[in-house]
Design a protein around this ligand. Structure first.
Ligand code: DC
Length: 228
């Protein structure tokens, strides 16, 4: 129902494809809301770890997902902040360990169902840019604009390496490439909502293309599709 009036743009793709950055820029340019669905899986993994719930305890993870106490806020200077159980975890959810846990909990069908309504609730007027793996296939199948971003695994590992280095993290490019490939494999081969473009998604390969150009391509697509 809601999807018919709220304009939803889905941007899916593997990690390092640039979808996080592009989705935020597109949302800003359009004045739309933004859903970082990967953050929900990361938050669930972090909360599970803190509550000593193992990543294969599906029933306990579902209960945790249903009651996950999360707030997406902005601080006084407009910087996005994520609060889990009253604690700021904006940076804490971004490490590779949490990403690995997120990929594991995301492979559990009942966990994915438990997070569906929470994700759909982000669709508010005037519109939403939803970033994830299954935004166009499962969460917002009726979205009028669907984009799937890809890039070679090497380029994605390099981008992640640069990001982490910038933040002062000591990482090895080879191990990042290995982690990214393992996670892609798990995300693509799971039985529920595997990582794949929706049939009606426009696929953009961002290998060797800058952020501004990709953002412009997505915005032209949005103009084209939402013009009528
Ligand atoms: O986009 P990200 O790296 O923050 O996502 C973290 C993990 O969550 C990733 O391994 C895939 C999973 N995920 C998912 O299964 N479905 C989504 N819609 C978003 C993320």
């Amino acid at each position: 129902m809601q999807q018919q009036v709220v304009k939803v743009i889905t941007i899916d793709g593997p990690s390092g494809s640039g979808k996080g950055t592009i989705s935020q820029l597109v949302a800003e340019r359009l004045g739309y809301h933004f859903l970082d669905s990967g953050a929900l899986y990361r938050l669930l993994a972090l909360a599970a770890d803190r509550h000593a719930i193992s990543f294969d305890n599906e029933a306990a993870l579902v209960t945790l997902a249903e009651h996950l106490d999360v707030q997406f806020k902005q601080d006084a200077s407009g910087i996005a902040q994520i609060i889990l159980e009253s604690e700021e975890v904006t940076d804490a959810i971004r490490n590779e360990e949490v990403a690995g846990g997120a990929s594991k909990v995301a492979a559990l069908p009942a966990v994915r169902s438990a997070l569906l309504a929470r994700q759909r609730a982000f669709a508010e007027r005037p519109g939403l840019v939803a970033d994830g793996r299954d935004m166009g296939t499962v969460v917002f199948p009726a979205a009028p604009v669907k984009v799937f971003l890809t890039a070679s695994a090497e380029e994605r590992a390099q981008r992640r390496y640069n990001q982490l280095k910038e933040k002062g993290n000591d990482v090895s490019l080879a191990s990042l490439l290995n982690e990214i490939t393992t996670r892609d494999e798990r995300d693509s081969s799971r039985s529920v909502a595997p990582l794949k473009p929706a049939d009606d998604a426009v696929v953009i390969d961002t290998t060797g293309i800058g952020i501004d150009e990709v953002t412009d391509r997505v915005l032209s697509l949005v103009n084209e599709r939402l013009a009528s």
